[in-house]
Design a protein around this ligand. Structure first.
Ligand SMILES: O=C(O)CCC(=O)C(=O)O
Ligand SMILES: [Fe+2]
Length: 341
């Protein structure tokens, strides 16, 4: 039997949410204490301007070290394409539940990859859940895309999402070069350490239905992304929070930007110079929030460890080298143990 979708729970009309969605008191969003924060904003087009490149690379490096997250403007992805991507995702999620369920692909679930429509799997032993449904599928490289696992409705979904994937790769390339230069390495080093031409990208669509008790629930629970980096485009409903100086702060919504998260693989490659940022999301009482993260990941069998060039006697390796597959498995096991202790 398919698990209950959060969208179905939201539509049931109850004024109080089922207990599995109620966060323990220490995790509940105490809204009044939240500061709205503008996370560092970087003009990506400055990387193309000779006189500005060095300064911009330094800004990217600083944000990656001190925040683990930043936003970019003038990233080159046309707003019209972003609007169409978001319309396509919205139209899919607006379908009746029974038309989305065939995409759940439960048969194909392995520990390595999940593609399709779903609800946060109850991998935590306390069985608590975030207030969100999602859709996952590969967008790069073309050889790993199985279009049967993409939504077939609306009909323009495939065209806009393929194009968005290509455009995001352009942004990712610029950022990976900037990271290499900032770390004092040859420009292609970070990209090569993530698989070079075999670098992969997965698109996730998060769907957070309106929630009758938003102060008791979270959309996604606190986590760092396992990816190398994540390129995130939310709709205009605020909700992303990061842990900053031990306080959860809400990222201010700035139109026309993309949010860039440093994930665990870049933290490892950079031997801890860059920080993967702990984040979570809030839900809204009366609005649907949606977000489109693209996770840039190494191939599953590639070994990722601190780059040799960043290790010396003053900088011993802070992380073990292991395949991305093993990293994912270990992180999942650790999360389950923590929840049960
Ligand atoms: O919805 C968001 O803003 C963030 C979602 C997220 O962190 C994730 O899906 O990993
Ligand atoms: Fe995330």
């Amino acid at each position: 039997m398919a698990p209950a979708r959060v969208q179905a729970v939201a539509q049931s009309g109850f004024q109080s949410i089922p207990s599995e969605f109620v966060r323990p008191v220490y995790e509940r969003p105490a809204r009044e204490t939240f500061n709205e924060f503008e996370i560092p904003l970087i003009d990506l087009s400055s990387l193309q301007v000779d006189e500005l490149r060095e300064k911009t690379v330094a800004e990217i490096g600083r944000a990656s070290q001190e925040w683990g997250i930043f936003q970019v403007v003038n990233h080159g992805i046309p707003d019209e394409l972003v609007q169409r991507l978001q319309a396509a995702g919205r139209e899919f999620f607006d379908l009746p539940l029974e038309e989305k369920e065939p995409y759940a692909n439960l048969d194909g679930v392995t520990d390595d990859r999940f593609e399709g429509y779903g609800t946060q799997l109850k991998c935590t032993s306390d069985g608590r859940q975030g207030w969100s449904d999602f859709y996952f599928h590969m967008v790069w490289p073309p050889s790993l895309i199985d279009f049967n696992k993409w939504p077939k409705h609306p009909p323009f979904y495939r065209e806009v999402t393929e194009e968005y994937g290509r455009q995001v790769l352009g942004v990712v390339d610029k950022l990976l070069s900037a990271f290499s230069i900032n770390l004092g390495l040859e420009e292609s080093t970070v990209r090569n350490a993530l698989g070079g031409e075999n670098l992969e990208m997965e698109l996730k669509i998060n769907y957070y239905p309106a929630c009758p008790q938003p102060d008791m629930a979270l959309g996604v629970l606190p986590h760092t992304d396992m990816s190398a980096l994540t390129v995130l485009k939310p709709n205009d409903v605020p909700g992303l929070q990061i842990l900053r100086n031990n306080e959860w702060v809400t990222a201010k919504h700035v139109p026309d930007t993309l949010i860039i998260h440093i994930g665990d693989q870049l933290q490892t490659l950079s031997n801890g110079r860059y920080k993967s940022v702990l984040h979570r999301t809030l839900v809204s009482k009366d609005k649907v929030r949606m977000s489109w993260p693209v996770f840039c990941i190494p191939p599953l069998d590639l070994v990722v460890g601190p780059l040799n060039q960043l290790i010396d006697e003053n900088h011993p390796p802070l992380f073990d080298a292991m395949t991305y597959r093993e990293f994912k498995q270990r992180k999942k096991t650790k999360a389950m143990k923590q929840q049960s202790s």
